[in-house]
Design a protein around this ligand. Sequence first.
Ligand SMILES: Cc1ncc(COP(=O)(O)O)c(C=O)c1O
Length: 374
Amino acid sequence: MTAQIPARKPARPFFSSGPCAKPPGYSLDKLATESLGRSHRAKIGKSRLAYCIDLMRELLQLPDTHRIGIVPGSDTGAFEMAMWTMLGVRPVTALAWESFGEGWVTDAVKQLRLEPTVLRADYGELPDLSAVDWSNDVLFTWNGTTSGVRVPNGDWIPADREGLSFADATSAVFAYDIPWDKIDVATFSWQKALGGEGAHGVLILGPRAVERLESYTPAWPLPKVFRLISKGKLAEGVFKGETINTPSMLAVEDAIFTLEWAKSIGGLEGMIARSKANAKALNAIVESRDWLGHLAQDYASRSGTSVCLTVEGADADFIKKFAGLLEAEGAAYDIAGYRDAPPGLRIWCGATVDAADIEALGPWLDWAYHTLKK
Ligand SMILES: Cc1ncc(COP(=O)(O)O)c(C=O)c1O
């Protein structure tokens, strides 16, 4: 193999797994700005926040049974808010197969001191989902962004569960069909599959989560930014755009742009189709190179968004140089795997990436690999 530099670069070399590529055609001057410099509680601010919520509901095909609101602190803020307000009534099971799931375990153990049952798997694998005791509240990550392993579907979540299901779905929504009837709590942030901005979290609550919130007061203190209950009732305003504290209206306008784009390409089905086409194009690259492989062995639970790849003989230093070479050429940004994951590459295949850019990436991966091997 020669290390000849490829002729064509990806037009948009943005393959980061968060913040992810902006939607095709994005530019700042396309954002609506009437709400900027105004109170978020003025009519214009509230109506833009409510519109953003309505668009998310429509695009996610969220049933009326579920509430959806914008909260502080990105996905972490939303998930922590759910953990801190609802856990503690019944035993907890936490699933972890990569860094973010492990982060929720740490919280449950060290901060909330809940002594959860922890079901773990190594990077690239999924724990035994059939071993989950659903009399417990269950914490899991729908798509493990740092290992490229996701739950294949919601079939393992029983309809008649006693505990609540808590899904960190930040790199899953807008890329997979989520069976909302199996979800009591889900969280995500805009900078993943939507290509929006980091800032706010989105909190989705099913009816049983609301029941929990209204019937249970945790033993520990709750900071103001976590409080969802007012006078014993759910603070419904949060789910209509009356945010707990001041949001970034610029981030909201940016999210509205991406949601309108998502609508224009066929909504959820269009988003899923683009993501699948990207993952397919990347898979074709992997399959035709013996030095590249998938970290996730099992196809059914392999991520279609944060695709994690192994590189034969690569250690952390090799991967750093590999990603550095491609960044310096402007051929691919941010494709080194996550710092806690086994050394490898991670290439985002969400809908905001173009399949033609994934295809154009193949020869560049060859170039970097053979340049470093020489
Ligand atoms: C699965 C998962 N959970 C949580 C987070 C943290 O998200 P945020 O930075 O939006 O709080 C990430 C970020 O990459 C993630 O991938």
